[in-house]
Every structure is written in structure tokens, then in C-alpha cells.
Design a protein around this ligand. Structure first.
Ligand SMILES: Nc1nc2c(c(=O)[nH]1)N[C@H]1C(S)=C(S)[C@@H](COP(=O)(O)O)O[C@H]1N2
Ligand SMILES: [Mo]
Length: 320
């Protein structure tokens, strides 16, 4: 849908965000600006979701996490990082067709009272699904706004009764070179691993994610189970998780092992700490015209009010 361009605005300034704001103003003028009408792009994009993606039942929307108009389903599923399926942003959508996310089991081990191997359905069953619209920030200076579906990771972790020695939580991606062509080359040290402090893992913003746009996760987005840690760079949000371990020591993480000078364990979004090869001070919204102005990057990706307290007393320049 196209909205008429008001006089005085150059075409280069028309981004999806300004279109969204104009429409919201029009709706408000018409007395229609209820919660359901605040997402015109989501509604149109959702109509275009291919029928092969199963709808997830009983999702309730968490309005407190809404941050602007979401990117389209096509953008969220067509521009990805998932090196198990290749290095280019279009590779995951093109090369993940052979991947089988069901059946799926997750191993729970380490410093916890309850450990073992659990079926995906049993991990999900007691947790009501929430839709949360989060800004998702990649390290290469681009961002998206995505309606993820999941539940708080902390609610799941508590079921395994972590001991007082559990200071960190480690995550591991599945290793299936027969289904993941990228794993047949040693581009990274497979399997992909990630980690959080226990406080980060228990933070209510950290989402155990099972869907997007009301449907189960497409393979390229990390089916059937991935993390979303919205105040961190995208590489922390590990996909297709098969193991969760409670550990006493900081666990190794794939990108900081591959390039320790470039990627740290914390990876909190921070406009003041540049990546050695590019600035992190601004970012481009995927889907906005490449010539439209970049936006300033926000500390903690816009979630500072909720998460800055986790890092009180920590030097965030040294601990990048
Ligand atoms: N297992 C695994 N998880 C991963 C990655 C990966 O290559 N392998 N890429 C990360 C990076 S760098 C980003 S930006 C996000 C991208 O998530 P999206 O494709 O759903 O947007 O996934 C993260 N999780
Ligand atoms: Mo990324």
C-alpha cells in the first residue's frame, strides 16, 4: 500500500518508519489508533506468509516490547546470518530446505538439579507463548524490528533448578553436516556455541524463541528453538539449540574464539565501542532505502532502562 507523499519531503526520506508514522497519525485523526491498528506493515506482511508455515496457537501479544513498525516477513526470512547454511545473507533461505527441525530434543546438563534429554514439545508445553516486537541488531551495522514469538528463557531454566555454582548458561547449535551444507566447510569451529551470564539468561527480556509473525520459526531463522537477546549484537542469539548447560566458568563462544579482538563475550550493543573494521555508531534498518539516512545506534539497542543495571560496576569498553 502506498501513501501519498506530503509536500516538502524528499523521496529519500520516505522510509517504512515514516510511512508508518504518517499512517498512525491518520488513524489517530480518524479515532482508530487502537493497539490492533498500530501495526499496518505487520498485518499486510502476515497476509503474505506461505501456508506451509504452521500457525502457533494461543499467542498473546506483549505490548510493552513494541518498538516501531516491524520489518516484513520477506525481510525477516530472506536476509539472514546462519553460517551453517552458507556465508551470504540469502544463503540460509536458499540452502535450508533439507533441514528437519522435528523431531527435536534438547540436552540439559551441568550445575542443575534436573538434567537430561527433553523433547521439544515438553519444553514448550507449560509456557504460554508471547509475541514480542523487538529491535534486532546485527553487528554489521544493520537492524530489523521483528515480531518474535516465544517465552522468557528464565521460566524454562528455573525448571531445571540451577545450583548456586551456575554462574553462566552455555548453548549449543545442532551439528548435522548432512542437512547443513555450511558445516561441511570449516568456516567456523562447529558446532556454533554461545553463552550468557546467569543474570542475563534470567532477565525477563531474554526470549526462548519458537516463532515469528505468529508461525513456527522458518529453518533460516533457527528452527525450532533459538535465543533472542534484544540488547546484544545478533551473534549472541544462537539458533537451532540442542544443548543448554549450566556452568561455573564463562563458556567459550564461537565468534569470540574465532576473532577475539573483534567479538567479545558480552557483545552488548554499544555505539561507543566500534568494531575494529566498522563503526557501530549508526545502523541501517533493513528494508529502508540504502540512500536513506542511517539511524544512531542506541546503547543496549534501546533497552538500557531495563538492562543497564545488570552491568553496574563493569567496564563495558574492556568487556565488549
Ligand atoms: N547457529 C548459529 N546461530 C546464529 C548464527 C549462525 O551463523 N549460526 N548467526 C548469528 C548472527 S551473526 C545473527 S545477526 C543472527 C541472525 O538471525 P536472523 O537470521 O534470524 O535474523 O543469528 C545469530 N545466530
Ligand atoms: Mo550478526
Amino acid at each position: 500500500m502506498l501513501i501519498g507523499r506530503p509536500a516538502g519531503i524528499r523521496p529519500s526520506e520516505i522510509t517504512p518508519e515514516t510511512v508508518f508514522r504518517q499512517r498512525r497519525t491518520l488513524l489517530r485523526a480518524a479515532g482508530l489508533a487502537g493497539a490492533a491498528t498500530l501495526l499496518p506493515r505487520a498485518a499486510t506482511a502476515a497476509d503474505a506468509i506461505p501456508a506451509r508455515y504452521r500457525r502457533l496457537p494461543g499467542i498473546r501479544r506483549d505490548p510493552s516490547t513494541t518498538l516501531g513498525a516491524p520489518n516484513t516477513f520477506a525481510e525477516v526470512t530472506g536476509y539472514n546470518n546462519f553460517y551453517e547454511f552458507g556465508l551470504d545473507k540469502t544463503d540460509p533461505a536458499e540452502n535450508s530446505g533439507q533441514f528437519r527441525p522435528q523431531p527435536w530434543r534438547v540436552a540439559i546438563d551441568g550445575e542443575a538439579g534436573v538434567t537430561g534429554s527433553f523433547d521439544y514439545a515438553d519444553l514448550l508445553r507449560p509456557h504460554p507463548l508471547e509475541e514480542r516486537i523487538y529491535r534486532f541488531r546485527c553487528v554489521e551495522a544493520w537492524s530489523m524490528v521483528v515480531p518474535w514469538v516465544g517465552f522468557p528463557l528464565g521460566a524454562l531454566l528455573k525448571r531445571f533448578r540451577p545450583t548456586s555454582r551456575a554462574k553462566y548458561v552455555a548453548f549449543e547449535t545442532v551439528y548435522r553436516p548432512e542437512e547443513m551444507p555450511g558445516q561441511r566447510s570449516r568456516t567456523l569451529d562447529w558446532p556454533y556455541v554461545e553463552g550468557l551470564t546467569i543474570a542475563e539468561a534470567m532477565h525477563p527480556l531474554t526470549l526462548m524463541t519458537v516463532g515469528v509473525y505468529g508461525v513456527e520459526l522458518p529453518n533460516q531463522n533457527g528452527a525450532p528453538l533459538r535465543l533472542i537477546v534484544p540488547w546484544k549484537y545478533g551473534f549472541k542469539s544462537i539458533k537451532s539449540i540442542v544443548r543448554i548447560s549450566f556452568t561455573e566458568r564463562q563458556p567459550p563462544t564461537t565468534w569470540s574464539a574465532a576473532a577475539p579482538g573483534e567479538y567479545g563475550f558480552y557483545a552488548n550493543v554499544n555505539p561507543q565501542v566500534d568494531h575494529p573494521r566498522w563503526s557501530q555508531a549508526t545502523e541501517r534498518r533493513i528494508g529502508s532505502a540504502f540512500f536513506s539516512p542511517k539511524q544512531p545506534t542506541l546503547p543496549f539497542n534501546g533497552y538500557a532502562a531495563q538492562v543497564a543495571a545488570l552491568y553496574r560496576g563493569l567496564d563495558l569498553v574492556r568487556n565488549f
